[in-house]
Design a protein around this ligand. Structure first.
Ligand code: NAP
Length: 258
């Protein structure tokens, strides 16, 4: 098993035990990493802490990525906790209004578009910006985010989130180009559908789950454990030559034609 012994990392985006971020947290904890987490607001705090408190040494603080002052305070406190150094950042956050995840993309409102792009794409740049001095102090590190196939193909009802994921994957490339000189790598994992709180907001999500299982080469869905293992690889020195990439953890679905 790949080791993350001695590495310090931040994981953003745990909502509950089904969250992709929680699958990543468990895999990274098992690999020996020291971890810090966020929760969105007071309502989410006990739900997130119930999980993260089961990981010895974990730190869990508030961070709503739409608020610059909360991002600043979060990275300041985590930075102090980790003695000014950070080895990896996992960004597993997305949001769009429910009405924008059904019907037609053409009907998306300006406010709905801006909200989805801000939370689901810009927040990667905003959090990487704050993580930068800590990653530099560690001599480099790894940043990763979660994308989906809807970034590159029009997926029914995925709508504005597909546009946000396309922006997110472009953010990955531009951040990778900026930060490579500091030995900081930036990558996306494009995951197949997983039954989570956010995913259930997409109209017809069950159909997406079934189609992924039927049409992917491996003829099954993927698990958060599998995403977790890929995240461990991306945080580890084993992936030291990989940056600016989108890695598919989708049982091969994306390679299939008609
Ligand atoms: P999830 O459990 O609902 O996680 C989404 C997280 O984003 C939640 O923790 C949510 O917090 C957080 N979030 C939303 N707005 C936020 C804000 N303003 N500030 C801070 N955090 C905020 O769903 P998930 O499926 O694991 O999603 C994680 C990532 O994987 C997302 O980027 C998603 O698009 C991506 N992804 C998911 C799938 C899938 O099929 N599930 C496939 C490919 C990629 P609250 O719950 O507290 O609001």
């Amino acid at each position: 098993m790949t080791s993350l012994q001695g590495k310090r990392g931040i994981i953003l985006g745990i909502a509950n035990k089904n969250s992709i971020a929680w699958g990543i947290a468990q895999a990274m904890h098992a690999a020996g990493a020291q971890l810090a987490f966020n929760f969105l607001n007071e309502r989410m705090e006990p739900k997130v802490k119930k999980l993260t408190d089961t990981l010895p040494g974990a730190m869990t603080l508030a961070c709503d990525v739409t608020k610059d002052e909360e991002i600043d305070a979060f990275f300041k406190q985590v930075g102090e906790h980790f003695d000014g150094q950070l080895d990896f950042l996992v960004h597993s956050i997305a949001f769009a209004n429910r009405e924008d995840l059904e019907g037609r993309f053409v009907d998306t409102s300006r406010a709905g578009f801006n909200l989805a792009l801000e939370i689901s794409a810009y927040s990667l740049a905003a959090t990487t910006q704050r993580a930068l001095p800590l990653l530099q102090a560690a001599g480099g590190g790894s940043v990763m985010t979660m994308s989906y196939y809807g970034a590159e193909k029009a997926v029914s009802a995925y709508n504005v989130m597909g546009v946000a994921k396309a922006a997110l994957e472009a953010c990955v490339r531009y951040l990778a180009a900026d930060l490579g000189v500091d030995n900081i790598r930036v990558n996306a994992i494009s995951a197949g559908p997983v039954n989570t709180l956010s995913a259930r907001g997409i109209r017809g999500f069950t159909g997406m789950l079934n189609e992924a299982a039927e049409k992917s080469p491996l003829r099954r869905r993927i698990t958060t454990e599998e995403i977790g293992q890929t995240a461990v690889f991306l945080a580890s020195d084993g992936s030291s030559g990989i940056t600016g990439e989108t890695l598919y953890v989708d049982a091969g679905y994306n390679i299939m034609g008609v």
